[in-house]
Structures are given as C-alpha cells and as structure tokens.
Ligand binder design. Structure first.
Ligand SMILES: O=C(O)CCC(=O)C(=O)O
Length: 319
C-alpha cells in the first residue's frame, strides 16, 4: 500500500483549511486504499453479529420514534432513544419514500473492528494530512465513524459539530472524510458552514437525524440552518475516489437524504487530535465512547488502546 500522499498539500489548501475550517483535497490518496476501503465496508456490513454499542441504525430509530409518544409508559431516556426523538426526526422531502426504505447506518470505532480500517486510520497518508493541516508534530486517532446512506434513505443528517461529541479539548483537531465512491448532489452531499470553527463555540449535541438536544446540555444552540440555507455561507463538494475532505472538529455540517435511485453513499470519517489536544469529559457525548480512565487535561497518550498514536512520517512507527 502506498503510505505516501500522491501530492503535497498546496499553501492555498492549508490556508483554506485554517480560514474556512474545511478543505477538499483532490487526488491525494492512492486508489488502492479506496478499493480496500470498499472491501472492508462490504465485510463489515455483511457481518451479522456486530458489537451493539458500535452500530446504530438511524432509520429504525426514526421509524420507532414515529410511534413513540410521551403518553407511553416512561422509559429511561438514553442517547437517541425513540422517545427522545419522537416527532423530531428530520426527513428530506426530496427523497421519495420507498417500500424497501434504505437504512442510514452508523458504525463507530471501526478501526477496532477491521485491520484495513486500522491501517487507513493510523498508518496511511491520512495522519500526515491531518498533521500538516493542524500543524502538529504528534497525532492521535481520536475515533472514527462509518456512515452508509443507501438510495431512498430519507433521514437528513442534522446540522452538527463533531467536537461536542468528543471528549477532547484543543484547537489542533480535525476530521478526514474518505468517500468510498463518487458523490453527486442527489446522494445528499455534506454541507459545511464555512468559517464556523472560528467562533470557538462548542454546540449542543443533537441526535444526528434530528435537531433535538438534551435540555441540560450546556453547549450553544446550533443556528437554525435547515430551510434557511441561503442565509448562510455554505459550501459543498462532490468528491471522487482518491479525494478526501477535511474539516475542523468545530466546523458545523449536515446533509440531505439520499434521493438517488441506485447509488449508496458510503464514507468513513477519522477524527484526529494533534499537539494541543487534551482529554475533556463531555456529559452528552454518545455512550458508544466507553468510559475512560482519563481526567480533564490529561494527554491522550495515557490511553493508547483508545487513542493510538498515528504515524506521520516514514521514520516513526505507530504504537
Ligand atoms: O454522512 C453524513 O451524512 C454525515 C457525515 C458527517 O457528519 C461527517 O463525516 O462528519
């Protein structure tokens, strides 16, 4: 596998990331990684027994929430429980409902489930890209998320910011999204609010397919972007295999449903923490990120099994 970037990052791309909190890097990783990624996704999706706390079917959750109501007997309100979401799932009206409705699937910490994904996360061109864009001399994998949106998946991805979901404080933090195929507008391209990382705000976490938030989340309310898109400076990209899209962990982003008749949108996003990153407990981060022994202010090195060091040059080896 080619662990080198296919080209260097240009100065204007670096400046775009710093200014806008988002940059599309075209033709930067070898297509062999994308072939391997597709094979890994096929294998992961075909597995019948998946660790339950790593897999979330947002469509099943959305359908369950349609029938849930506050009149029902009280159930414990867990992260994204149907009752929490009742009546609040954001559906894309451009997507025609199908009898065989697509399922919007999320798998987190995939690097722990598949060797190809682990290699892509910590021993590929990706950590080098993250280190250069964040100006870091050491880089940790914070976590990852595989998102699969098949044709006819109506659930929108609600506008959100990643950092509130992560127990990490710091500015040298970014996410690299690696699409597994070509993406077109009908598939629900990811939309990013340009420059939204600059305010330094940490927003309330929502339930990903809904803008519902926990009432006592101390974060800032997310601006009401859906339906008012032309009032905001939004940018989208139509990435091709071999491209990556890098956003700062504070950049707000969201996406539509997949109205394509035939094309599944599949991508994995790796979240990296650089030189100034420290553990910071966030009460409303999803529980899939299992309890940690770290305390606020601890460097992430103290839990290498959760936050492995990523290789950023050919001379050093990942732990
Ligand atoms: O796939 C989506 O709809 C959302 C992607 C996303 O939130 C991310 O890559 O961080």
């Amino acid at each position: 596998m080619n662990r080198e970037m296919l080209r260097s990052i240009a100065e204007d791309e670096l400046q775009t990331f710093q200014r806008d909190g988002i940059v599309h890097l075209r033709k930067i990783i070898d297509l062999e990684w994308i072939q391997q990624l597709n094979q890994a996704i096929d294998e992961l999706i075909a597995q019948t027994e998946k660790p339950a706390d790593q897999v979330l079917d947002f469509t099943t959750l959305a359908l369950a929430s349609d029938s849930a109501s506050s009149q029902q007997p009280p159930e414990a309100l867990e992260w994204a429980s149907p009752r929490q979401l009742a009546g609040r799932v954001s559906l894309d009206t451009r997507v025609r409902p199908k009898s065989n409705r697509g399922h919007f699937i999320s798998v987190t910490s995939v690097w722990q489930l598949h060797s190809t994904i682990r290699e892509l996360a910590i021993d590929s061109p990706l950590p080098r890209i993250a280190a250069q864009l964040t100006g870091s001399s050491k880089l940790y994998l914070y976590d990852d998320q595989l998102l699969v949106k098949p044709p006819g998946t109506m659930e929108r991805t609600a506008w959100h910011q990643d950092q509130g979901y992560d127990h990490v404080a710091g500015d040298k933090v970014c996410a690299i999204r690696v699409p597994a195929g070509s993406e077109t507008p009908e598939m629900g391209l990811i939309e990013y609010l340009r420059g939204s990382h600059q305010s330094g705000k940490i927003y309330k976490v929502n339930y990903f397919v809904s803008d519902a938030t926990a009432p006592d989340d101390a974060g800032e309310p997310i601006p009401s972007i859906e339906g008012h898109e032309n009032e905001f400076d939004i940018v989208t990209f139509a990435p091709e295999p071999g491209d990556v899209v890098v956003h700062h962990l504070r950049t707000l982003h969201g996406a539509g449903g997949n109205s394509s008749e035939s094309k599944t949108r599949r991508a994995i996003t790796f979240r990296y923490a650089g030189d100034d990153a420290r553990y910071y407990f966030r009460k409303f981060a999803p529980p899939a990120q299992r309890p940690s022994n770290l305390h606020d202010g601890d460097p992430l090195d103290l839990e290498p099994a959760r936050h492995p060091v990523a290789r950023i040059n050919t001379a050093s080896q990942p732990r």
